[in-house]
Design a protein around this ligand. Structure first.
Ligand SMILES: Nc1ncnc2c1ncn2[C@@H]1O[C@H](COP(=O)(O)OP(=O)(O)OP(=O)(O)O)[C@@H](O)[C@H]1O
Length: 201
């Protein structure tokens, strides 16, 4: 049972944040620009020094090496980072489900040979999601995952995440500025205001 429990996370502009997502639950996070949404995701993923604890089921973040934690609690940043020449070099060769993820996001297998430099912003965003899911994280932290996408590709991403929640029972924390998206997908919503997490009705 891998619920994601955020226990008193404090980081720069954030007052201690407590939030529990049950297994397979999705929760939405909004708030004004600069309110600390991305910082909170980075803190949960343990990418910056921060105070507090995060739990995956009964395993504490502090009990495991950071790279393992980051594989199990996967962050999709608003801007993805690519270091090698081609798409395929960023994906594990034998990972389960990659072809399916690519197809569901509108790509053909030939995309693996594409040079990173030719990718559009939206293609990068979708391929970054494939790369993340290839690691089969148990929880997902999505920072504006559909911000640069047209409606067709936005729907593809939303459907893929819905399916991943079902198949892998992953908890998902979405940062989204789009109230329609929150309404469309359903789930609890919170806002960060003055560094505090407040429930949204
Ligand atoms: N490394 C850093 N050093 C100092 N301040 C930082 C650092 N990173 C972020 N901040 C500040 O923390 C605040 C919150 O940043 P964050 O990126 O979390 O905002 P956000 O809510 O995600 O905003 P947006 O909706 O514009 O993406 C901002 O004022 C930002 O300038």
């Amino acid at each position: 049972m891998t619920a994601l429990r955020i226990d008193g996370i404090r980081h720069r502009v954030l007052s201690p944040v407590d939030l529990t997502l049950i297994q397979g639950e999705q929760v939405f996070l909004s708030g004004p620009s600069g309110s600390g949404k991305s910082l909170l995701l980075r803190a949960i993923a343990d990418l910056d020094p921060n105070e507090g604890e995060v739990w995956l089921g009964d395993e504490a973040r502090s009990s495991m090496p950071a790279p393992l934690w980051r594989r199990r609690v996967g962050l999709l940043p608003a801007e993805s980072f690519w270091w090698a020449e081609t798409v395929g070099e960023h994906l594990p060769e034998d990972a389960r489900g990659i072809t399916d993820f690519l197809e569901r996001l509108g790509f053909e297998a030939g995309v693996l040979g594409w040079s990173i430099s030719r990718l559009s912003t939206g293609e990068r965003q979708r391929l970054a999601l494939v790369r993340l899911l290839a690691q089969r994280p148990e929880a997902l932290l999505l920072d504006e995952a559909t911000a640069n996408l047209d409606p067709t590709n936005r729907d593809r991403v939303e459907s893929l995440i819905a399916r991943y929640r079902e198949t892998d029972a992953a908890s998902v924390l979405w940062v989204s500025h789009d109230p329609e998206q929150r309404q469309r997908l359903g789930g609890r919503s919170f806002m960060i205001r003055d560094g505090r997490l407040e429930p949204e009705s």
